[in-house]
Design a protein around this ligand. Sequence first.
Ligand code: SF4
Ligand code: SF4
Length: 149
Amino acid sequence: MQSDPPTSADLFECRQCGECCRGYGGTYLASPDIENIARYLGITKQEFIQRYCTLSAGQYLLCQKRDGYCAFWDGLCTIHPVKPRMCMAWPFIENLLYEPSNWDVMAQACPGIRTGFDKKDVIRCVRRKLGELERYRNESISYNKTGGV
Ligand code: SF4
Ligand code: SF4
């Protein structure tokens, strides 16, 4: 049953179809992403960049396999605990704060997105999810810097 006001769980539930892990667009990496994923894989940042990244307009992107899927897709995300911020945030992306009507457009590509919500509910859920994500990532990064596994 839907909550009042609707929560992010009302707006979205991942179907794990993998559609967002393939195709055009690419997954951009911020510096903390590179640091976290390299540590998770047990390789240096330089090795990670050489093996798994490509450059586009001066920014690192995750490489794709020949089938068009992300290098880390294998029926599920194999780096789920440290996947890039862009992946963690999806579909609650910043752009929706300015263009909440894009929610319904994104739903055409993501079967986990439910539509028909008021724009203010979309904005409220995006704000909350992005806030949670920042807190999680700050904890994760400070944990990594203290030498945690
Ligand atoms: S496209 Fe949507 S439902 Fe499918 S895996 Fe990605 S987030 Fe989940
Ligand atoms: S890192 Fe994981 S969630 Fe992100 S595109 Fe690759 S497989 Fe998908």
